[in-house]
Design a protein around this ligand. Structure first.
Ligand SMILES: Nc1ncnc2c1ncn2[C@@H]1O[C@H](COP(=O)(O)OP(=O)(O)O)[C@@H](O)[C@H]1O
Ligand SMILES: [Mg+2]
Length: 378
């Protein structure tokens, strides 16, 4: 287990009556690349600014290297920030921008020169020392900003959507470069983005934030394969999410009822009970279909559309209540024709159970069983 370098303990932030960060608890490990991911306005920047010291938590505590930073100014924290708009000095050349932090600290000239040249090499800007900032492209400015933030060798680098202004191709290239740089230097990165693909590409762990609440923190693969909430399942990658209640539960399996049919999921630790509200999340690539009914399932739908998206083909299937189910395949031979009725199902381990309370019309679910609700009504 690696050491914790930053911890947020019961951190809350209010702006007036706007509760923007809610009981946030995170331990960030030394050398980790942690990404805060969530939609615009969910509290990512605010969380980052509390770590850097530009904002104070309304309640709770933040520790850097085991010490509370409550009374420390931003410059006293062993933390530096790369801002989205770069915040470079436009009237200085590249060398002076990067050297700035060292000059302020009165580091000897020779050492400054050596460290700046070394840093410029690391961010692949060798030979650009004398260039004016105004003569640099967006990607180059971004590299200068990173070099400037790293020159003081902070223990933790905070990056707030640093690639947001770059075009897609450059952004993808910078994602890989930044990740390599981070691993090489061994500096802890806390990275903010609203782009799930970026988070999946770069992070050791991803913290998913929704309306100020940390919904899940885990490795990219675990987040993708085992989302704990509907929000996470829907935000990371694509998913088909169906609300249901547990109708039967035995032999480590549960039959779940939706308003439009039934399905089966695993219950390895017998944690489900009859009548529990659950949702099942099935990735489009894991949604299977058949011309004949499959045991344990009776979800019927009609194929409405085939959509070609680069190397995959999406098939849209509509259930009786209008719910759209997405199915992804690589080959057109693997699709069903438009207008065809199919039975949907999934491999049991590909139906991820989400134990999050939701409202489901229990009577409607019972109805499709042709049992309980009907009998009582008559
Ligand atoms: N200085 C501020 N004063 C008042 N409200 C703010 C301030 N900064 C952010 N907010 C509000 O806090 C919420 C979270 O903002 P922010 O942390 O910037 O979100 P994100 O970075 O995830 O897009 C938003 O509702 C935003 O309007
Ligand atoms: Mg932000």
């Amino acid at each position: 287990m690696s050491k914790t370098i930053v911890s947020l303990m019961n951190v809350e932030k209010w702006y007036g009556d706007n509760h923007v960060v809610k009981n946030m608890n995170v331990n960030i490990a030394e050398g980790e690349f942690l990404t805060l991911l969530g939609p615009s306005g969910c509290g990512k920047t605010t969380t980052l600014r509390m770590i850097s010291g530009f904002e104070l938590p309304t309640m709770g505590m933040i520790k850097v290297q085991g010490e509370s930073v409550e009374k420390k100014e931003p410059y006293q924290r062993d933390v530096n920030t790369v801002f989205q708009n770069y915040a470079l000095f436009p009237n200085m050349n590249v060398f002076d921008n990067v050297a700035y932090g060292l000059k302020v600290k009165k580091v000897p000239k020779d050492e400054i020169k050596e460290r700046v040249l070394h840093m410029l090499k690391l961010v692949q800007l060798e030979g650009f020392e004398k260039r004016r900032i105004t003569q640099m492209s967006g990607g180059q400015k971004q590299r200068v900003a990173i070099a400037r933030a790293l020159i003081n060798r902070p223990k933790v680098l905070l990056l707030d959507e640093p690639l947001g202004a770059l075009d897609l191709k450059l952004r993808k290239q910078m994602q890989i470069e930044l990740k390599r740089l981070q691993k090489k230097l061994g500096i802890t990165f806390v990275y903010v983005t609203h782009d799930q693909e970026e988070a999946l590409t770069m992070s050791d762990r991803i913290a998913i934030i929704n309306q100020g609440v940390l919904e899940q923190i885990d490795t990219p693969i675990n987040i993708y394969q085992h989302p704990k909430t509907k929000f996470v399942a829907g935000f990371i990658g694509e998913s088909n999410i169906l609300d249901a209640i547990v109708l039967e539960d035995h032999d480590h399996k549960a039959v779940i009822g939706m308003e439009v049919g039934r399905g089966t999921v695993e219950d390895p630790d017998d944690s489900l009970a009859v009548n529990d509200p659950v949702s099942v999340s099935v990735r489009p690539e894991n949604m299977l279909f058949s011309e004949t009914p499959i045991e344990g399932f009776n979800l019927k739908g009609v194929v409405k559309e085939h959509i070609y998206v680069g190397n995959i083909i999406k098939m849209m299937i509509t259930l009786n209540d209008g719910t759209e189910i997405k199915v992804n395949r690589f080959r057109s031979e693997d699709l069903a024709d438009i207008g065809k009725m199919v039975y949907l199902y999934w491999e049991l381990d590909k139906g991820v159970v989400i134990k999050e309370k939701h409202l489901v019309n229990t009577d409607a679910v019972r109805d499709i069983e042709g049992g309980v609700a009907d009998d009582e009504d008559e």
